[in-house]
Design a protein around this ligand. Structure first.
Ligand code: DCP
Ligand code: MG
Length: 474
């Protein structure tokens, strides 16, 4: 097989760079883009200019923390439409070089230059010059024989970098990097690897594949072994169907008010229905996500035989799913018990439970006795965002768990003793999200009439927060 030439392009401080481009007075200054631009809001930072990163400001950090780190920074709202317009020009520019372009996000793409006449390095230089000339922005580019290495390369000399990883030098260049640079190695896998003494990609490459398979399961173990050696055969995919679309809102203050929640859900339903129709899809799966004031998160999901693409239908399903969330603290705690006891069987062991669980249970007026949870359960709980609701673990979680520690299945139990006097207060909501997935092309048929949920087609008002629950009998 002919060696491939893959480029990974990642724009530098994308949102912030666009703001600095259109407002020259901001150039060279710390610029933070996030939410509505109010640094005292509860929004998080989308991105920060490199001048702002010097102060420690990073993506996903609360705006308030960014303000604390750099009070003189300029805070700006996210102007998505503007960034999308630049992104479209960027992708068009890439497609002038080859049609084999895989956009990964607004500011990131893979390009397969294997069949191009020019050498990959030359293409990379031309690209960077055109991005600077035509768009007025800088990009970091990685060139390598595969996507994995190209992406690692583009990140190595940011901003305005050009990094080439050849097959010959791959092992040597990867060795000192932290394992988290590899695809699929998130904080949890990183922690697990650290437990067995592995912190760098070089360390990982020295672990025999069989050991990784034992520890992480077949598919993931083998993938880790390959990636640690810089091996990746995944193709540059030019036509990727969207898998899902979602909207989320973080409230300025944690809320308990049904009407506010209902209003936000209705807006998100309208938005998602608009997106579905514009993109020509119907959705078979609707998922709601609720994050409570204590950061525990639950999701509830419904898959239907028929796809929907109208706001009233999505809103109606969202309402039904909301009714399945444990809104009262007592009901939620009983769900924790049910699911944990169910999973663990009944042999009591030594005390250990994650801090997050302990805190949550304490807050909701519950004490733990004979606490013990196996690594498997702990990981399952973590992967579900420390929110041990009654939702079954995802297929991915199950796979991981099967690989991680079959042997410890018999280990554990959490025995939870609830205070008899505990009454169910309504939990406060921090964030609500709505997702549509299971997308099916709706073909050429005109979309159904319906429009945004108005007074005429508003679904029946059901109570989102049940006022009492079976768990809170006197
Ligand atoms: N973004 C976001 N929230 C995040 C991460 C990113 O809204 N948690 C947005 C803002 C970024 C854009 O996506 O500008 C691209 O993400 P990158 O991770 O590529 O970050 P930047 O392009 O901003 O910086 P870098 O120079 O590190 O690529
Ligand atoms: Mg970027």
């Amino acid at each position: 097989m002919k060696a491939r030439a893959i480029l990974h392009i990642d724009m530098d401080a994308f949102f912030a760079a666009i703001e600095q481009l259109r407002r020259p007075e901001l150039r060279g200054k710390p610029v933070v883009v996030g939410g509505d631009g109010n640094p005292r809001s509860r929004a998080v930072v989308s991105t920060a200019s490199y001048e702002a990163r010097v102060f420690g400001i990073r993506s996903a950090m609360p705006m308030r923390e960014a303000l604390r780190l750099c009070p003189q920074a300029i805070f700006l709202p996210v102007d998505f439409a503007a960034y999308e317009a630049v992104s479209a020009r960027l992708m068009a520019l890439l497609r002038e070089i080859t049609p084999l372009v895989q956009p990964v996000s607004l500011d990131e793409a893979f390009l397969d230059a294997t069949e191009c006449a020019a050498a990959a390095e030359e293409i990379a230089r031309t690209l960077k010059a055109r991005i600077r000339g035509d768009l007025g922005l800088t990009a970091s580019v990685g060139v390598a024989p595969n996507k994995l290495l190209a992406k690692i390369a583009s990140d190595m000399h940011k901003p305005d970098g050009l990094t080439i990883i050849t097959a010959e030098r791959a092992a040597e260049m990867l060795a000192p990097l932290p394992v988290s640079r590899l695809w699929g190695v998130g904080p949890k896998a990183e922690a697990r690897l650290r437990e067995i003494g592995i912190t760098t990609i070089g360390d990982l490459a020295r672990v025999p594949e069989e050991r990784l398979v034992e520890t992480f399961g077949g598919a993931w173990g083998r993938m880790l072994a390959e990636h640690a050696r810089g091996i990746d055969d995944s193709p540059v995919e030019t036509h990727r169907e969207p898998k899902s679309m979602s909207r989320e809102t973080t409230f300025e203050r944690d809320i308990q008010d049904q009407e506010t929640l209902r209003g936000v859900l209705r807006e998100m339903s309208d938005d998602l229905a608009g997106w579905l129709r514009e993109s020509g899809y119907g959705a078979r799966t609707v998922t709601v996500k609720v994050r409570f004031g204590d950061f525990t998160t639950v999701t509830r999901s419904l898959t239907m035989p028929e796809a929907v693409d109208d706001a009233p239908a999505i809103f109606e399903i969202a309402g039904r799913l909301m009714a399945r969330v444990e809104w009262s603290e007592a009901a939620w705690v009983s769900a924790v018990e049910r699911s944990t006891l169910h999973k663990s069987g009944t042999s009591p062991g030594a005390a250990s439970v994650t801090a997050a669980e302990r805190r949550t249970l304490h807050r909701s007026g519950t004490s733990l006795e004979a606490e013990s949870v196996s690594a498997v359960e702990r990981q399952a709980l973590h992967q579900r965002g420390t929110s041990p609701g009654a939702e079954p673990a995802s297929a991915a979680t199950r796979n991981t768990l099967q690989g991680v520690a079959r042997a410890s299945e018999a280990e554990s139990v959490i025995a939870v003793e609830r205070h008899a006097s505990h009454r169910g207060r309504t939990r406060r909501v921090r964030l609500v999200g709505l997702r549509v997935a299971g997308l099916i092309a709706s073909g050429t048929a005109p979309s159904r009439p319906g429009g945004p949920a108005g007074a005429g087609n508003r679904p029946e008002q059901t109570s989102l927060f049940p006022t009492s629950s079976p768990a809170d009998e006197p």
